[in-house]
Design a protein around this ligand. Structure first.
Ligand code: 8X3
Length: 253
């Protein structure tokens, strides 16, 4: 480790990824701003970490609450030098023509619009201080389409291209941007996607020896603690068991 982020803001901190990130950065004594929707869960997480924590409970799609919470940060948490844009979700895996358009709206709102707005609000201070790092949690879904992925895949492609474009704007500012692109990770992700259907969620990970949230945390931690002259643009990670199936061809019966 050659760089220690002093103040880390983690969105979606009470999810499996978020908790693993919080734990990893607490191990090196970073101050943590923990975002989530549920204040009680945030309090429990904060109490389990041996570092100064500030909690922010708001819905990512509520832009007024987002701005108000960031405005109200205590002085000792204001100079954020690492933002981990982790809040995000997949909803449903039906074919596009059977999908629920409200699920599409939610994925677009949280995975893209809220992520972009949060980035915008934090970036100015980083540029002024000439110090900072935005780490976006993308996905292999942003690189490879799959059946039923439609809007989820598209939101993660947005996150990838947004990350790369930010790099262009941030030229000369010393601010880093990284898109971490995990494949299959065994978390609550599938339970959320399948709206509480545990057997469908379990089937996703069955026998796959999937990555764990701690593996993703290690990748985020690596990118975030590299010396300031070293920017990881994109980092795609998968379980060894996951690979590529090629293009499909529909043939006339
Ligand atoms: C999660 C990876 O393949 O389930 O972002 O879409 S995948």
């Amino acid at each position: 480790m050659t760089y220690k982020p002093e103040t880390v803001l983690i969105t979606g901190a009470t999810g499996d990824f978020g908790k693993a990130f919080a734990k990893r950065f607490a191990e090196i004594g970073s101050n943590l701003i923990l975002h989530g929707r549920n204040a009680e869960k945030l309090e429990t997480l904060a109490k389990s970490l041996n570092v100064p924590c500030h909690i922010c409970a708001f819905d990512m799609s509520d832009k007024v609450a987002m701005a108000a919470n960031l405005d109200a940060l205590p002085n000792e948490f204001k100079n954020i030098d690492l933002l981990i844009n982790n809040a995000g979700l997949a909803l449903g895996q039906e074919a596009a023509f059977n999908a629920n358009p409200d699920d599409w709206d939610t994925m677009i709102d949280i995975n893209t619009k809220a992520l972009a707005r949060m980035t915008n609000l934090i970036l100015k201070g980083m540029v002024e201080r000439k110090k900072g790092h935005i780490i976006n949690i993308g996905s292999t879904a942003g690189n490879y389409p799959y059946a039923g992925g439609h809007v989820y895949c598209a939101t993660k492609a947005f996150v990838k291209q947004f990350s790369l474009s930010l790099r262009a704007d941030l030229s000369g500012t010393n601010v880093r941007v990284t898109n971490i692109e995990p494949g299959m990770v065994e978390t609550q992700f599938s339970l959320v996607r399948f709206k509480g259907d545990q057997s469908k969620a379990d089937a996703v990970y069955q026998g796959a020896n999937a990555l764990q949230a701690e593996d993703v945390a290690e990748s985020v931690f690596w990118a975030a603690t590299l010396p300031p002259h070293f920017n990881v643009n994109r980092l795609e990670i998968m379980p060894t068991s996951q690979s590529f199936a090629g293009l499909s061809v529909y043939r006339k019966q």
